[in-house]
Design a protein around this ligand. Sequence first.
Ligand SMILES: [Zn+2]
Length: 182
Amino acid sequence: MTTSASVPAGSGSATVDRDTVTDRLVDANEQYANAFVDPGMDARPVLRVAVVACMDARLDLHAALGLELGDCHTVRNAGGVVTDDVIRSLTVSQRALGTRSVVLIHHTNCGLESLTEEFRHELEMEVGQRPAWAVEAFRDVDQDVRQSMQRVRTSPFLPHTDDVRGFVFDVKTGLLREIDPA
Ligand SMILES: [Zn+2]
């Protein structure tokens, strides 16, 4: 394992080696800001929808769902799991910022499929402390989406739970497959 955060050197640029990945992002932001025009939006998502999805790098939510800037709230974590903190975000999203619909997106070939709750035990053995959080590993992605829908629908904090739909994104085809909540 390497501890270097350097971006792999490109073809010939002498400065690339010194730049960390974060430097590269900051440079990209400068370009972005140069072309940026204030869209004059407020914080309430135009489509009144919150999307909860896995953090997976292969899932480009805006492109995959035809979303534009300002359209939705995006809540992402490992697995797209509906944790207490996701409920916190959804509660703020619905009660303070006007969203009405929730879309849950898990995906094929998720990193969480290769873990078990044993991961917590291994962490405890290594660092001497067991994490307070569950790993939320799973074997059956369809069932995991159903469980996530159930957690949203049964949350006492969310006033809008009649439009909650769950999907599995196929990282090979780019296509969503809807999961029957039953
Ligand atoms: Zn994933």
